[in-house]
Structure formats: structure tokens, C-alpha cells
Write a protein that binds this ligand. Structure first.
Ligand code: GDP
Length: 308
């Protein structure tokens, strides 16, 4: 009963996103509209530029977006900041949109989750499992971060919460062997989505890359027709550092997309805008809280609206 009441009170998807981006929005809009001035003048562009850089959109991305905005304002003969804001929402949304496919509706899907410790990998896997289960998929988890015993334990708690099966081995086991066993069980139980955790040891990059490559070979051999995604989890509160981290992870592990966590409670939400330009990768999900429902598929339009 109590649970149901809580559920009713839960804010909707957009409200939650908007709430999560409150700090970023506050900073941006405070600068642009704070003095009540509605004129589009040099000051407007300067304040907007400051706001975007402070929101961690990155210098290059900010300049590119401002150029586009200037062009639209000129072309459509916009004369007030409120309509400029609406134009900016469109530009940002267009900037972040991707039309690349994500997961097969039918057939096999594998998501490899990579990222350094502490960014929210385990939590995101739990949230993903719960979300896809609610959508009618049959997710299974593979605890292939065998470097820390605690990793498999934490993931098991999330598997229980999401009510999905999990395959794990002991600490120090070969991660590729965990993935292999998981695939055997996945096939036997006719699952359709395998989500694999991986170790987050960036300081031991060569080993990590070798491990990932080996897991990948097992997946490609055992599930040759599966759609495989390699998602890097980044912590939004680290802003532009998250971008640097992603670059350090490199293309060598064949990343296909980003999960940006902890967007709630950071004023650096603008980093979402920089991700696509700087990394060439789409954002697939955003984390807006610690609860099991606090992961959302990334919707560029909704995000741009919530940002402003
Ligand atoms: P891992 O080491 O990468 O597996 O990270 P965890 O999943 O254990 O998460 C580290 C911490 O970040 C935990 O305290 C999580 O509750 C927290 N966390 C993860 N995602 C989010 C999010 O979207 N919002 C907030 N506020 N906290 C999050």
C-alpha cells in the first residue's frame, strides 16, 4: 500500500529530468535572463557563452552552437531573448540527436558496461535490467568484474531488486569465462538481453583492454547474430573531466555509446551537449538519482527543454 502511494507521488519522466537539471538550468538562465533584459545584443551572447561554458558544454561546442544560434536569429529576424531561447532548444536538441539503432526488438542483445569505479556502473546495470524487464524483455546479468569480490555482491543485490537472473564466479576468475557461462544460461533460459559488468581498472589499461577483447570474442563466437553495445558510464558531476576520461578509455574498446550518471545535483549538465561532438558517441541513458527508476533513455528534445 505504502509502495503504491509512493509510486503515485513519483514525478513523471520529464519532471524528474527537469528537477535533475535544476542547478545547471539555474546557472544558465540566471545569466541570460537574470537582469530582465529581453534585448538580443552583444551582452546577451557574452552571457550565454559564459553560461554554456560554466555548464561544462566545452569551448568548441559552445562556439559552434552560438554560431548556429546567431544564424537562426538573423534568418528568422528574432528580436527577443525568449524566442532566442526557443531557437536554442531546437539547436541543442538537433545537436544531440542520433538516429543510430539501439538494441534489436527481436533476437539477441548484449550490453557491455565499462567505466572506472565509482561512476555508477553497478547502479546503472540494475536500473537497466529493471527498465527492460518492465518493458517485457528478458534481461540477464553477467558479473564479469571479477577483480573485486564486492562488485559481484553489489550486482547480485541489484539483480534481486530487478528480479533478473545473474551469473557470477569467484574473485579473480576469468571475466570471459563468466561471460561464456552467462551465455550458456542465457540461451538455455531463452533470454534476450545480456548485460555484462566489467572491471574499472583504468590504471591497468592494457589488461583491461585485453579482458574486454576476450569477452568480445566469446560474445561474437557464441552469439554471432546479437546486437552488441559497449556503453561507457561517465559521472556527470565531473563535467569536462568525464570527457577526458572517455578519451583515455579510447576507441580501442569499441565504445558505441554513453550512460551519463548523477545528472541530479550537478550544475555541469551541459556536458551532455559536448559528449557527441567531443567523443562522437551518442548518449543512450542518463541517471537522475539513486533509485531503481532513476535511469532514463536519453531524449535529446526533452533534455534540451529541461536544460533551458
Ligand atoms: P560503480 O563503482 O561504477 O559500480 O558505481 P556504483 O554503481 O556503485 O555507484 C557509485 C555511487 O554513485 C553510489 O552511491 C550510487 O548510488 C551513486 N549513483 C549512481 N548513479 C547515480 C545517479 O544517477 N544519481 C545519483 N545521485 N547517484 C548515483
Amino acid at each position: 500500500m505504502e509502495k503504491e502511494i509512493k509510486k503515485e507521488k513519483k514525478p513523471g519522466f520529464f519532471a524528474k529530468l527537469k528537477q535533475g537539471l535544476e542547478k545547471t538550468r539555474g546557472g544558465l538562465l540566471g545569466l541570460i535572463f537574470g537582469n530582465g533584459d529581453e534585448r538580443i545584443n552583444d551582452e546577451f551572447y557574452e552571457e550565454l557563452e559564459d553560461g554554456m561554458i560554466m555548464a561544462d558544454m566545452g569551448f568548441d561546442t559552445t562556439e559552434e552552437i552560438l554560431d548556429r544560434l546567431r544564424a537562426v536569429i538573423k534568418e528568422q529576424k528574432l528580436s527577443d531573448r525568449t524566442s532566442a531561447k526557443a531557437a536554442l532548444v531546437e539547436i541543442l536538441s538537433d545537436y544531440m540527436t542520433t538516429d543510430e539503432r539501439f538494441l534489436n526488438e527481436e533476437g539477441d542483445n548484449v550490453i557491455l558496461i565499462v567505466g572506472v569505479n565509482g561512476v555508477g556502473k553497478t547502479t546503472s546495470i540494475g536500473k537497466l535490467a529493471s527498465m527492460y524487464k518492465a518493458e517485457g524483455k528478458k534481461p540477464m546479468l553477467a558479473a564479469a568484474d571479477t577483480f573485486r569480490a564486492a562488485a559481484a555482491e553489489q550486482l547480485t543485490i541489484w539483480a534481486e531488486r530487478a528480479d533478473v537472473p545473474i551469473i557470477k564466479h569467484g574473485e579473480g576468475a576469468d571475466p570471459a569465462a563468466v561471460v561464456y557461462d552467462a551465455i550458456v544460461s542465457y540461451k538455455a533460459k531463452k533470454n534476450d538481453l545480456l548485460i555484462c559488468d566489467t572491471a574499472g581498472r583504468l590504471h591497468n589499461k592494457k589488461n583491461l583492454m585485453n579482458e574486454l577483447a576476450k569477452m568480445r570474442r566469446v560474445i561474437d563466437r557464441e552469439l554471432p547474430d546479437a546486437h552488441v553495445e559497449v556503453l561507457l558510464v561517465l559521472d556527470a558531476t565531473t563535467g569536462q573531466n568525464a570527457i577526458a576520461q572517455a578519451k583515455a578509455f579510447g576507441e580501442s574498446c569499441g565504445l558505441t555509446g554513453i550512460i551519463l550518471t548523477k545528472l541530479d545535483g550537478t550544475a555541469k549538465g551541459g556536458v551532455c551537449v559536448a559528449v557527441k561532438k567531443e567523443l562522437g558517441l551518442p548518449i543512450r541513458f542518463v541517471g537522475v538519482g539513486e533509485g531503481i527508476d532513476d535511469l532514463q533513455p536519453f531524449d535529446a528534445k526533452a533534455f534540451a527543454e529541461a536544460l533551458l
